[in-house]
Design a protein around this ligand. Structure first.
Ligand code: ZN
Length: 188
């Protein structure tokens, strides 16, 4: 009988070091398949962390058929593995490969810039053997920051970006982007 693979989930805001943790976890094993969302063309075919570590990764918008041949699958930006960027149910795909004995480590944002949870990350947390909650440093005061804030409203919910678009913020300093506040609603 195959022992079911472990699922470890790293969650937190942007700038919390999720990619660095994923890369460190991946480097503990020799046969690792690292996956990044197909539309995320930043950094080419690598996972890159802000501390400078990097790892060869495959961009995917369907579950790779060869994944079960690895002992460990690492998947970054878990919140993006949903329609229309991903064809299939990533939670089920991960469960299937775990049933074949493959360990899986996922990193992702737990909430969007409006502090609304990403469903897919909640589902993965529910299935996980271990959930590690990371914090960043508040861009304003340096305190532990659990939230991602968008510095200006672009009208898109799922969007890649970096310091030009997002900042980590603590409870006291988190706000919606100005344009969303003017509309009187955080749902945009
Ligand atoms: Zn703060």
């Amino acid at each position: 009988m195959t022992v079911r693979g472990r699922l470890v989930v790293y969650v937190g805001p942007m700038f919390a070091g999720k990619s660095a943790h994923l890369i460190a976890a991946a480097k503990k094993q020799a046969d690792v398949l690292a996956l990044k969302p197909g539309f995320d063309t930043r950094d080419g075919s690598e996972l890159v962390s802000r501390d400078g570590s990097h790892l060869a990764a495959v961009s995917a918008n369907v579950w790779p058929a060869e994944a079960h041949r690895y002992s460990h699958v690492v998947l970054d930006e878990g919140q993006f593995w949903v329609s229309p960027h991903y064809r299939g149910d990533i939670v089920q795909d991960i469960q299937n490969v775990r049933a074949q004995g493959v360990d899986v480590t996922v990193g992702g944002l737990d909430t969007d810039y409006r502090r609304i949870p990403f469903d897919v990350m909640e589902r993965l947390r529910d299935e996980a053997d271990e959930v590690i909650v990371l914090t960043a440093r508040c861009h304003v005061c340096g305190a532990p920051a659990a939230w991602t804030a968008k510095t200006h409203d672009t009208g898109h919910l799922l969007e890649t970006g970096d310091q030009e678009l997002y900042e980590a913020r603590c409870d006291a300093h988190w706000t919606l982007p100005e344009a969303a506040l003017k509309r009187g609603s955080g749902r945009g």
